[in-house]
Design a protein. Structure first.
Length: 233
């Protein structure tokens, strides 16, 4: 009985320590990227970037009103496409994939994409969204022994993050997504963090399976014409 009690006590102590470690890591991460107060002042974002994928150069412009609407314009091979997401609807127009007009997103896709409408870092909003945070240990990432944190939403969707213990920046993110009816792992890496005039620290280089993008311009809190978030064809 004494051994059982000591084992339970040890387990509870470890769980408490892990919980404290997760909170401490998140707090240091938020401070490292500019602090929650600075982030919460942001109500819009316009990001211009260049992406290289399969030998082609793609121009991207992301226009975003916090928690309301987002549009990604894509220019490649002399053609222009876009994706639009709002809190109620979504459309996709990709002429380079054979689409001749904007097609609506499914209700399920709109629902599962709503988190993307937030401009804020995931670790600033996760409690408000009812997500669960877990510290799941450490793992080597190209020579850096990173903290691993997992966020789980109300529907059981999980996202795993690798946090640099020196800078407390996010270096990698992984999650399961569905594409063409199949489940696959989506991995994104972040680097080249820079501090903006607003005090926000942002990764200017983002790499994923589709290629690597470099942010060329980042503007916060500009006035955005909401007609941009309606399909134009």
């Amino acid at each position: 009985m004494k051994k059982i009690f000591l084992s339970l006590l040890t387990l509870l102590t470890l769980q408490t320590a892990f919980g404290q470690s997760a909170d401490e890591i998140v707090n240091k991460h938020i401070e490292a990227i500019g602090g929650a107060d600075n982030w919460k002042k942001m109500n819009s974002l316009v990001m211009e970037a260049t992406m290289k994928a399969q030998g082609a150069e793609i121009k991207l412009t992301r226009t975003h009103i916090h928690n309301k609407a987002m549009r990604m314009d894509i220019a490649v091979m002399g053609m222009n496409g876009y994706q639009i997401l709002t809190d109620k609807a979504g459309w996709s127009y990709m002429p380079f994939q054979g689409q001749t007009k904007a097609e609506p997103m499914t209700a399920d896709d709109i629902k599962t994409s709503q988190d993307q409408l937030s401009i804020l870092d995931e670790f600033i909003t996760y409690k408000d969204l009812g997500k669960k945070l877990d510290f799941i240990g450490k793992e080597d990432l190209e020579g850096t022994e990173c903290f691993k944190l997992k966020l789980t939403d109300k529907d059981g969707q999980e996202v795993t993050f690798w946090i640099d213990p020196a800078s407390y920046f996010t270096l990698k993110q992984s999650q399961k997504i569905k594409a063409n009816g199949k489940e696959m792992e989506s991995v994104t890496t972040f680097s080249n963090y820079k501090k903006t005039e607003e005090g926000i620290v942002y990764p200017f280089t983002v790499s994923a399976d589709w290629g690597e993008s470099e942010i060329t311009k980042l503007t916060f809190n500009s006035k955005i014409d909401e007609s941009l978030f309606k399909p134009s064809n």
